[in-house]
Design a binder for this molecule. Sequence first.
Ligand code: SF4
Length: 724
Amino acid sequence: MIEADKTVLTTCPFCGVGCQVNLHIKDGMIYRVDAPFDMAPNYGMLCVKGRFGTDYVMHPSRVKTPLIRVNRDEPRSNPPVWREATWDEALDYVAENLTRIASEHGGETIAAYACAKATNEDNYLLQKFIRASFGSNSVDHCARLCHAGSVTGLQLAIGSSAMSNSIAEMEHLDTFIVTGSNTTETHPVISNFLKRAVRKNGAKLIVIDPRQIELTDFATLWLRQNVGSDVALWQAMAHVVVNEELYDKDFVARRTEGFDDYIESLEHCTPEWAEEITGVPAEDIRQAARTYANAGAAAIYWGMGISQSVHGTDNTLAVANLALMCGHVGKPGTGLNPLRGQNNVQGCSDSGGLPPYFTAYQRVDDEAARLKFEGAWGGRELNPKPGLTVTEIMDGALDGKIRAIYILGEDPMSSEPNLAHARHAMEHLEFIVCQDIFINRSGEMADVILPSTSFAEKDGTFINSDRRVQRVRKAIEPIGDSRPDWEILCDLARRVEARMGVEASAGYDYADAEEVWEEMRSVTPDFWGITYERIAREGGVHWPCPAADHPGTPYLFEQEFPRGRGKFWELEYGTDSEQPDAEYPFILSTGRVLFHWHGGTMTRRSSLDAIWPEAAIELHPADAERLGLATSDWVNVKSRRGQITLRVLVTGRSPEGVVFIPFHFAEAAANILTNNLVDPRAKIPDYKLCAVAIEKTSAPDDRPETEVPLTERGAMQDRAQQVH
Ligand code: SF4
């Protein structure tokens, strides 16, 4: 029996559930991970990633010292040649280049990617540095690429984009809809609460998804809509609710606006009209609408299947319209709940990692907010113009609007759609800094790598999907010469200020992460009542929490919405997505598998990679038969933007004519194929729908047969979906 030297309570670094984990440390290494039974949100449960995936922290490819690119005169796509540097040398080099670019081309030509994996304290300081030192508001992060449709739609409908209800309510649900979320694989512990609601409480579950996900086994009703037809389906459900007078008249009168115009616009949206578009039988649409509307309390949960669309904003508005009409918001067991992806994607947005906002959605173009931040940041004049989004930053690199990018822990070279376009844009940049624990695809194109610490080597806070502020605690010493992100940023910001000769510093002298949080909460009314001491005592606190004696807010909107009344938005179904044709006859949808996380930077360097070591394209049996393909055959998958090679997994999970590829695998990067067409308001790309062609090929020389036969994978995945 191994005795731990110490056990440290912290927060899982993978998904937005924010499970509390105990890291058992022996000889400076994490040798076991488990979960306390008495702590929200997971109460002892962990999925396979949290329990077995944290060994990436000790992976030999961790960057241990600052690196400066030697072959800068060659194209960025050439393999980098690095030389090791001291911290002083590397930070002076970065400060020199950023200051020069700002003085030659203007500070607004400097952009930053904030990081949904880093702490709130790290992200707060990144946006402070970029906004205060350079006057640039072009700070954005991967929420743009996963939930911007949800954020924009919910802001329009109710004025708030956070998940409105808590994870703790899930187990007690009465009725709920899950749409565009393969929850069992993306948020496994949440899916366990949802399954318990069905099994223990007899809750009614409606799944709306083109793919046969595990939750369909638990569903009262499964509506299998055609990919991209969501607006028509939700409009038809609203039509039924209006037509049969099932809506909540009191709630509509007291809490909403625009209802009369909205129901007029719904007139043609009959279930039969929607059946033509969505492929869902009209009677099922009626039944789903009645089940949701007649429930005492009903919640809606969704994932990237709703938001990652050229119609992501409209999809979200359609969902919000139905919830407002039925009065299923502002009470326990109800709500509009976008399930956030990464561990701290909620916190990164809350910390000011979005172009138009300081912390907690205080707008940069709001004079009072701006003056407050100017006062807190040494009187530095701040820019009132919202900056560029991540997709606009890439375009800006091509037309000279952006000259330098500071990338904190992100990998646009795997997360951007149409990677050939992204590579072309990155090649145009004068200067790229990557601050990360590994050298990822973007890092390979950088001028400087600044090695940062992982979640296990630093202090700070994350905010999970239900707005719960939780602690991250240092459990092991930094690997090599790596330093916490917040500390690197402070050191760099001081060097930039010295070169700029500023009269008063914006303030980068913090003793520890707690001091950063103290400054952050002092300028953020929603965080005022949340301290490290209180988090330690209570485990976590849901924001908004405006005072020390405020209990926090597990569910939102009991009295009113941030925009006052909830607003109904008239919608017109249509599609701007790329459609299949004779040349590219299949629809491609992308997503995750249980064993991996996002670009795979962490999980592909963990023991989980041995279980799920390669990408596979899911192909319907009828399509496989027509193409003469069987599981394990190699295929080229082509779109108008590029081609990848991977093996086939024949399965009925996706409907005929639709294929699915997970996006974790750099050697078969799904985003080489996806389209960079974006939602006009949210600027989120159309990841869930593009047209592809498939042709059989032979095994590439550089891709060995993997140890786990593909035919075993389906069964293994089903077993692993059980949460331990
Ligand atoms: Fe970590 Fe999410 Fe799994 Fe919980 S459900 S252990 S937060 S990956």
